[in-house]
Structure formats: C-alpha cells, structure tokens
Design a protein around this ligand. Structure first.
Ligand code: ADP
Length: 244
C-alpha cells in the first residue's frame, strides 16, 4: 500500500496505468480440453495472468481412509510454477498456496454435486503459469471449466474476478501492480445462474458503499465471464462433433 504516487495508478485522464477504464477487464482468453491425460482441463488468461486447471475423477482416492460414505471429496491444489513470477518462486508449497487451495475449494464445493459420487475423490490441480494479479479468481474460472470438461455434474458454472481500489477509485480486475500498490483488493467468485456468491474476500479497507458498488461491479463481470465459459465449452463440443 502507499509507495508509488497514485497518479501512476490512475492518470489525469481517469485511465489506469495500463490504459484500462476503471470498470474494464483485462482481455480474457479461455480454452477447454488442453491436456490429454486429465479427465478435464482448461487454460484461462486474464491479461498476463495465466492458469492451467486439470481435473481427475471422480476416482477412488489413493488414501482410502479419506473417503466419505455419502459424497465425493473435492480436493484442490493451487500451485504457482517457479517460473510464474518475476523472481523465481520456491516450488515448495507456501502457506499462501495452502490457504488459497482451501479458499478455491470452498468456492467450488457448493456447486459441485458431490453426493452423486459417494466414496470417491475429485482432484483439481491449478498451476499458475504466469502471475500478474488475480490468480485465485482466474483459478476458480479455470477449475469450473475443467470440472465441466471432465463431465462432473454441477449446479452451475462459477467464475471469479477481483475488484480493487486504487487512487480512491474502484477498479475491476486488478493486476499485480494495482494489487500491491492499491488501497484494497476484493476477490469475488460466484455462480450467477443460481445466484450464489462462493468467494468473498477483502484485503484493505472499503466503505460500505464502496463494498456494495464493488460487489455489483464484480457480479456483472462474473456474468460475462460465465457466458464466455459457456462459449468455450460449446467450442470444444462443436469441435468433437465435427470430428465425429
Ligand atoms: P492473487 O493472485 O489471487 O491476486 P495475491 O493477492 O496473494 O493473490 O497475489 C497478488 C499477485 O502478487 C499474484 O498474482 C502475483 O502476481 C504476485 N505474487 C504472489 N505471490 C508471489 C510470490 N511468492 N512471488 C512473486 N510474486 C507473487
């Protein structure tokens, strides 16, 4: 927080350091079915942030004591590749990665129909290939796509985006610079088709009004991202149709 002058983050023209308007997302790209050996997979980009998701299962877990008699267990591993940051990140799992794995699991757990697969495990591996802010929310989007690609039944698709506050202004889809130098960062994930918010975190301080406006900004963006997820899934299944 603080550090560089705020004019660096919001210029006199009201635009952000990378030329975006306050409510503008970075360019989003997504592709489903990118790995041959996983049950489902996806790659998602929010600007320079790039996350790969691989899903295995439902399958019998290696540690059989972990199974639950009435539902599948959902396991999530969020990991940042050593080459994903400008300074090499240690490949060993950090406290931050362990915490984010849990937060992302909780963002998915309420939509996956776990009771359909008792005594099994569904594993979601998230590998951050390139980090430039918003890796947890891009990770949720990638995981949702990979689960759908694996044919895991879900109540709805989930997507995430982070809203921040820089130079006193609310901004959508914060990148690493805005995250580290801004006043607040609020990652949100939701399943708009069933009206469910599944992740809601706040780092920094926002007024009640800013919080409400920020949440509504995030939810509007999430609706758009979920529409893009549906398009990405359709593209994959159309390609299969053509092959057949
Ligand atoms: P998120 O990626 O979900 O925004 P954080 O707010 O913890 O999560 O991190 C913000 C950004 O800071 C990351 O996207 C990444 O660009 C950078 N970052 C996080 N951890 C590290 C690390 N260990 N080394 C270098 N950069 C990091």
């Amino acid at each position: 927080m603080g550090g560089k002058p705020k004019t660096m983050l919001i210029g006199e023209d009201g635009l952000r350091h990378d030329g975006r308007k306050p409510d503008e997302m970075r360019p989003i790209k997504m592709q489903v079915g990118v790995l041959a050996n996983a049950s489902g997979s996806a790659i998602v980009e929010y600007g320079r942030t790039r996350v790969l998701a691989a899903v295995y299962g439902p399958r019998e877990p290696h540690q059989r004591f972990m199974v639950l008699p009435d539902r599948a267990i959902l396991r999530v591993r969020y990991h940042m590749a050593p080459f994903s940051t400008s300074e090499r990140k240690s490949p060993a799992p950090s406290r931050r990665e362990i915490e984010l794995s849990k937060v992302i699991r909780e963002a998915l757990e309420d939509v996956v129909l776990l009771s359909e697969y008792p005594r099994t495990a569904i594993d979601v591996y998230l590998e951050v290939l390139q980090a430039d802010g918003g890796t947890r929310v891009a990770g949720v989007t990638a995981a949702s796509l990979a689960l759908a690609d694996a044919g895991v039944p879900m109540k709805a698709l989930v997507a995430g985006v982070a809203v921040g506050k820089v130079g006193g202004i609310l901004v959508l889809d914060v990148d690493e610079l805005e995250d580290s130098k801004g006043e607040a960062d609020m990652p949100v994930a939701a399943a708009p088709d069933i009206g469910l918010v599944t992740m809601f975190q706040l780092n920094g301080v926002l007024s009640e009004d800013e919080l409400e406006r920020g949440l509504s900004m995030a939810l509007t963006a999430i609706e758009n991202i979920v529409s893009m997820e549906k398009e990405a899934l359709k593209r994959k299944f159309e390609a299969i149709g053509e092959e057949v």
